[in-house]
Design a protein around this ligand. Sequence first.
Ligand code: S3P
Length: 175
Amino acid sequence: MNIYLIGFMGSGKSSAGRKVAALLRWKFEDIDRLVEEKERMTVPEIFASKGEEYFRKAESVVLSEVSCGSRTVVACGGGTPCSAENTDVMKSTGVTVYLRLSEEALVSRLKRSRNERPLLTGAEPEELGKRVSKLLRNRSPWYEQADLIIDAGNTDEEEMTAMIAETVRSKGAYL
Ligand code: S3P
């Protein structure tokens, strides 16, 4: 049993994931970091030199490798759950948790870090809002398939951990 944290770029999957894992005494893995280690390049470098399709394949391979482990909190990339194949892998090996934030909160957080994210690079404030809005609209149906949806703007990591623990137990698994 693993815990997969999903949600839009900037929703705090990696930082929440690290804390939830520490509180549960589970392992922590970050899909983007694993892809970077494997490819020996940063995510923006992979997008620039090999393209998004290559990145998506590498992301799926890393996800299926991580899914073979157990008792691991996995911070996914924003696009990881947006395919039936990846969603099936997650659903069959653990619980999925969507860290939901409003579009406004996401845009405000992403203003600071948009250049680390190839899908948002170079977007000035107005363009950034449009890109986030469009991506969020396309991706929400994937994110909303999660076993648990958490209002990430109003929930601290202790509360998140308690909610996630309850969901894990409701699936008949132990912590
Ligand atoms: C992506 C999100 C990024 C990273 C890549 C693509 C996406 O991860 O995987 O830039 O498609 O939303 P974060 O959600 O950790 O920023």
